[in-house]
Design a protein around this ligand. Structure first.
Ligand code: FES
Length: 326
């Protein structure tokens, strides 16, 4: 169950490979009208995985486009099936998507911006680059990739940013030093990051260590990245006396809902906290993959975001008393 989604039919009008592992899709909703959407907007796409209907969230690439919505999908062998479905689509395919929504807000009155992208995290960042370049803002983009061959939109970014684009390619030995990147920023700078959980955790620590307000660090993450391997785990519903196995390719949220134990959700990306459940007991370890709870709350382990977080072992939750998440 999600709040406030308006679903609409759409056509895949074009597909192109940006890198060997990243494919871009141009989607045009029926009756499409170009209207601007905020930087960091994403859409939900209805996908079919092993015959089951599920949804996946994808960031919109770039600013509003007269041709439709662009998303880019990395083919992820360890994914829960969303990328496999998307990569099976061909031009002309009919799909169902939601209208754009954004949970990220930038303060456009700032003069200095730092943008950080990890791999496919470049997708929401490209629109921010376009918008800030147009405003002549002081902006630097740190783009961390395994190799330049894996870096989507590199030519476009170079054209927009020139020397303000810093590519950190692992195979060139140029690792991103977040502490150094933040230390180089003027006071009052705002950072927008999109990357895996490990990158965000490191960024939060470096940002705070630099004495900067956490409210000036904005971010998006991939809900699929965690600290533990993605493996099956068990969820026990204390009040119902039911045990459910969460397979590697499905979320706790999807399994609970499919089994008739309704859990509310909204972002499905570990950002809003709407799906948080009270944890009664853990026999194993929780792999918190959300960005909603603080480090302290994650260490306490009393709540879990069912949409993205996983575990090793067995987690006992109380579904009938949904956490208020705060
Ligand atoms: S639905 Fe938003 S954090 Fe799970």
């Amino acid at each position: 169950m999600r709040f406030i989604d308006t679903w609409t039919a759409a056509t895949v009008v074009a597909i192109r490979d940006l890198t060997p592992g990243i494919r871009e899709f141009l989607l045009r909703p029926d009756g499409f009208n170009v209207s601007p959407y905020p930087v960091g907007s994403h859409i939900q796409v209805a996908v079919t995985i092993d015959g089951r209907p599920e949804t996946r969230s994808y960031s919109l690439v770039g600013e509003a486009d007269t041709q439709g919505y662009r998303i880019a999908v990395r083919r992820a062998p360890d994914s829960r099936g969303g990328s496999r479905y998307m990569w099976s689509l061909v031009p002309g395919a009919r799909i169902t998507i939601t209208l754009p929504a954004s949970l990220v807000q930038l303060d456009w009155t700032r003069r200095h911006f730092c943008l950080i992208a990890g791999g496919i995290g470049i997708t929401p960042i490209l629109g921010a680059v376009q918008a800030l370049a147009r405003r002549n803002a002081d902006v630097t983009l740190h783009y961390a990739v395994r190799s330049r061959g894996d870096a989507a939109y590199l030519d476009q970014l170079e054209a927009l940013l020139g020397s303000r684009l810093v590519v950190h390619a692992g195979d060139e030995g140029r690792r991103l030093d977040l502490g150094a990147a933040f230390a180089a920023l003027p006071q009052g700078a705002m950072t927008l990051l999109c990357g895996p959980m490990r990158m965000l955790d490191a960024a939060r620590h470096a940002w705070e260590a630099g004495g900067r307000p956490l409210t000036d660090l904005r971010y998006e993450t991939f809900g699929s990245s965690g600290l533990l391997p993605t493996e099956a785990f068990r969820v026990r519903l204390q009040q119902e006396g039911v045990d459910l196995v969460i397979p590697p390719d499905r979320s706790m949220l999807d399994v609970l809902n499919a089994a008739g134990h309704e859990v509310m959700s909204d972002c499905r990306r570990g950002e809003c906290g709407v799906c948080a459940l009270d944890v009664v007991e853990v026999d194993g370890e929780i792999d918190h993959r959300d960005v909603f709870f603080s480090d302290h709350q994650k260490r306490e382990g009393r709540k879990i975001c069912a949409c993205v977080s996983r575990a090793r072992g067995t987690v006992t939750v109380d579904t009938l008393h949904r956490a208020d998440a705060m």
